[in-house]
Design a protein around this ligand. Sequence first.
Ligand SMILES: NC(=O)c1ccc[n+]([C@@H]2O[C@H](COP(=O)([O-])OP(=O)(O)OC[C@H]3O[C@@H](n4cnc5c(N)ncnc54)[C@H](OP(=O)(O)O)[C@@H]3O)[C@@H](O)[C@H]2O)c1
Length: 278
Amino acid sequence: MIILDGKSVAQGIKNEVKNKVLELDKKPVLSCLLVEGDSASEIYVKNKQRACEECGLISRLIRLKHDISQQELESVIQKENNDRDVSAILLQLPIPKALNGDLAINTISPRKDVDCLTYENLGKLFSGKGKIAPCTATGIIRILDKYNVNLQGKLAVVVGRSLLVGKSVASLLEQRNATVVLCHSKTENMQEITKQADILIVAIGKAKFITADFVKDGAIVIDVGINRIDGKLYGDVDFENVKEKCSMITPVPGGVGPLTVACLMENTYKLAKEQQKL
Ligand SMILES: NC(=O)c1ccc[n+]([C@@H]2O[C@H](COP(=O)([O-])OP(=O)(O)OC[C@H]3O[C@@H](n4cnc5c(N)ncnc54)[C@H](OP(=O)(O)O)[C@@H]3O)[C@@H](O)[C@H]2O)c1
């Protein structure tokens, strides 16, 4: 069994970005909008800022009060859209329930939409015409490639159908000629389906949900979940229970998380490069 080393693959991606950024006319700027109130988001944003520094990108953090109105939030986004210095905009999710996340995300200019979540960019992604894809989905494909996993014709089962992860990675897998099944909370007999998967990708946000009974012998398991319990991180996969059954598995932490950050750096670079062409 091979433990897929997300940290080292992420480091490789960041090193590439660092070198490529030097060729640009000016340093890309990633503007990160953080609506205060979510402690995990504070940690993620700090990691992203650190990665920007490592890669030679400029990170701009805009802190917004928890009770910000929809109109105020959208006007901050518009300001960043219109700022020629800003290459990429990330609205850190989740945002408070009182706000309309869809509307806020779709206020981001598609040219600066670094996590590829606007309807315009998702449409391109699902049509196979996207220049970038959501960072987590991209990271998953990058690590599978790095470990020479052949996707063509393989049965890939994705559990979880968010736009951010499940639907996006399902689309990328299908574009790489995998046969894809997308499961969700209403899926019946899910275990029967996941047990057939050559590649099993889980993004549901339920600690240790996937046990060995859900996994085929020799499967490749990608655990996207990040669940904090008493200050400790757990994936959606019961790692100890599953690891001997699969041929490859990502750990939590140290698997998909660092890849997401590295691909955020790469997407920022790509958007900056596109803008400098104009
Ligand atoms: N590692 C990273 O970089 C990274 C990045 C993003 C997210 N994450 C983590 O990944 C997890 C998922 O994130 P998300 O944003 O995709 O979450 P989300 O938007 O809450 O979506 C969760 C999905 O899981 C499905 N689901 C929930 N319980 C299920 C069950 N018992 N059986 C089957 N499907 C079930 C839901 O189905 P319905 O659609 O039917 O409700 C939904 O589609 C979270 O732990 C999050 O923290 C990690």
